[in-house]
Design a protein around this ligand. Structure first.
Ligand code: CTP
Ligand code: MG
Length: 244
């Protein structure tokens, strides 16, 4: 069976600030999404990449990607489908576009354009080795505090602390997350629309709710998510260092 990568790229990038949808913003002259597609296609295992575009932007994204054809060892088939209002919904729509013969699925944020191919290959290898759900992860630098939900609190007001989980037992998770295709399809079908307007932010979390085991493999610092303006500075510096 084939291995495919689904790339949710339908977000606006609100935290990055106003402007072009985040995935289409340039990093050192090349759109973030193009970097992300290349990062998936760089794995020899990946023969199909499904890009999930903004709901009204599939044609525009297709045209953009056609200007950056995948060639040589990175060749892979490319599909573009329209996404939804939440990341969870976008991934669900991407999964629906997969052909029957796909047995392993990677889900990779367009917002993690610089993930090294070794991470992709390690995730694929673990799924092919029999793990139904595999997530790249790193220990945390910051200690984390838990707070109580306060839906009506004004931003900036002091927040009471509920607890401090032991940092050594926490991991920050990245993508690509890799799955047995049937397992991920089942999780997304069962929990569609069940995480409110925002949706679930993590595919493996849905698989956990099925009661299916999820394992972590080592992630990489360069798989960080471009979320806030400072992340653009970091991403461009990483690219410049790679070219040097
Ligand atoms: N995503 C998506 N569809 C949505 C929302 C998000 O495909 N409706 C994708 C984003 O394009 C991104 C990934 O999910 O590649 C991770 O989401 P995030 O980093 O939160 O991106 P945005 O939602 O675009 O950013 P923000 O939350 O700051 O608006
Ligand atoms: Mg978001």
């Amino acid at each position: 069976a084939r291995t495919a990568a689904v790339i949710p790229a339908a977000g606006r990038g609100t935290r990055l600030g106003p402007g072009t949808p985040k995935a289409l913003r340039a990093l050192n002259g090349t759109p973030m999404l193009v970097h992300a597609v290349r990062a998936m296609a760089a794995s020899r295992a990946v023969t199909l990449v499904v890009v999930v575009a903004p709901p009204d932007g599939a044609a525009e994204v297709r045209t953009l990607l056609d200007a950056y054809p995948l060639t040589g060892p990175d060749r892979a088939e490319l599909l573009v489908v329209p996404g939804g209002a939440s990341r969870q919904e976008s991934v669900r729509l991407g999964l629906k576009a997969l052909p029957e013969d796909v047995g392993t699925v990677l889900v990779h944020d367009a917002a993690r354009p610089l993930v090294p191919v070794d991470v992709v290959d390690a995730v694929v290898a673990a799924v092919r080795g029999g793990a139904p759900a595999v997530v790249p992860a790193l220990p945390l630098a910051d200690t984390v505090k838990q707070i109580a939900p306060r839906p009506d609190a004004a931003p900036g007001t002091p927040e009471p602390v509920v607890g401090t989980p032991e940092r050594a037992l926490l991991r920050a998770v990245q993508t690509p997350q890799g799955f047995d295709r049937g397992t991920l399809d089942a999780a997304h079908e069962q929990f569609a629309g069940q995480h409110g307007e925002e949706g679930a932010t993590d595919d493996a979390g849905l698989v956990e709710r099925l009661g299916t085991p999820v394992v972590l493999v080592p992630g990489h610092e360069e798989a960080f998510k471009v979320t806030r303006p400072l992340d653009l500075v970091l991403a461009e510096a990483v690219l410049a260092r790679r070219r040097a």
